[in-house]
Design a protein around this ligand. Structure first.
Ligand code: GDP
Ligand code: MG
Length: 362
């Protein structure tokens, strides 16, 4: 699952990215690793892994991960190829979710490409560039399909879907776009339309703003009125970058000093994870507790395939216990004795929090 970091130049995207690459989970963490300098694999914090590990005492704890991608910034006119516009937008089409980083911090030392700091204007600008870029791709396809004399059923469906999306894009109706049906989304999946992707808006605040409830509430309040269909979060990217250099204890201490409740990054990672409609199941082996993520509604047999293709092919059944019951029972064997374990077949829909032992024929 790939999450693209989008925003204007100097919004704080790379600062946020650097902070994310420093997120480690305590003890035997899944190390952050770099595929290329702009892609970071970030563990999804999950207290259930800790809880399960307390009873199974594994050597290793492995967390589910998400990928964050930082590409060059967006500028006004990106959809017409300004800056690294087209290249940037093409990369973003491969993403499953977009985090829109919007600058709210005032720092006069940092140039603002639009001249002054106006978070909601910038958000509008970013959305508009995404919409213009989508419109261009959409229009090209539309004019092709309109020339096909007698289209197939699926072409007709696609044509209608494109027309519906086009009307919304032309009106800048992002709320309407957010409500586009799953069928239409599926039929247009191949285009990677940016405005149809799930999005999280991250307001990048100064430390002072983050501590000033009144100011952040005013901004988020106005945001919620104007963009009720978007999820908004706040963070101070610069602070997060420092925070995640520290040990967990030092981090707690520092947050307390600043009178800030918690790091915003965990919230960002979790909100993204939820927005991707991912759920987590766990496996326990003698040496490890491991969290796996699959899309909501995944069947047991496909979930097994996430671990190994042989397990999917030779799937027999799944032994399942909810993580809390496993912890309450104090172990796999006693969970079985207490009747907490269920036997499920290949079509069982995996639930968030299931601990699963797959039985399969090799
Ligand atoms: N004061 C302040 N400066 C920040 C913050 N986040 C980023 N910056 C600064 O803004 C500049 C641009 O940040 P960068 O992350 O490179 O922005 P990008 O162009 O969106 O990748 C850098 O000098 C950062 O140190 C913040 O929360 N507060
Ligand atoms: Mg950058």
């Amino acid at each position: 699952m790939k999450i693209g970091i989008v925003g204007l130049t100097n919004a704080g995207k790379s600062t946020l990215f650097t902070a994310l690459t420093r997120v480690k989970v305590p003890i035997n963490n899944f190390p952050f690793c770099t595929i290329d300098p702009n892609v970071g694999i970030v563990p999804v914090p999950d207290f259930r892994v800790e809880k399960i590990a307390q009873i199974t005492k594994p050597e290793r704890k492995v967390y589910a991960t998400v990928e964050f991608v930082d590409v060059a910034g967006l500028v006004r006119g990106a959809s017409r190829g300004e800056g690294l516009g087209n290249q940037f937008l093409a990369k973003m089409r491969e993403m499953d979710l977009l985090v829109l980083v919007i600058r709210a911090f005032p720092d006069p030392e940092v140039v603002h490409v639009e001249g002054d700091v106006q978070p909601l204007r910038d958000l509008d600008l970013v959305l508009t560039e995404l919409a213009l870029s989508d419109l261009e791709i959409l229009s090209r396809r539309l004019s092709y399909l309109e020339k096909v004399p007698r289209g197939s059923t699926s072409q007709v469906q696609e044509l209608n879907a494109l027309k519906e999306v086009k009307a919304l894009l032309e009106r800048g109706d992002f709320q309407g776009l957010s409500r586009i049906s799953g069928d239409i989304r599926n039929s247009l999946g191949g285009f990677g339309f940016l405005t149809l992707k799930p999005m999280v808006v991250l307001f990048n605040l100064s430390e002072g703003q983050l501590q000033n409830q009144e100011e952040t509430e005013r901004l988020l309040g106005e945001f919620n009125v104007r963009f009720p269909f978007l999820k908004g979060l706040k963070a101070c990217a610069l602070l997060e970058k420092d925070l995640w250099e520290l040990s967990p204890e030092e981090r707690q201490e520092y947050l307390k000093e600043l009178k800030i409740e918690r790091s915003s990054l965990e919230e960002l990672i979790l909100a993204s994870y939820r927005m991707l409609q991912l759920i987590t199941f766990f496996t326990i082996q003698s040496s490890e507790v491991r969290a796996w993520s699959v899309p909501e509604g995944t069947r047991a047999q496909n979930a097994a395939g996430k671990i190994h293709t042989d397990m999917e092919r030779g799937f027999i059944k799944a032994e399942v216990v909810f993580w809390e019951e496993l912890v309450r029972a104090g172990g796999w064997v006693s969970a079985k004795e207490k009747g907490f374990l269920r036997l499920e077949g290949k079509d069982y829909k995996v639930q968030d929090g299931d601990v699963i032992l797959f039985k399969f024929q090799a």
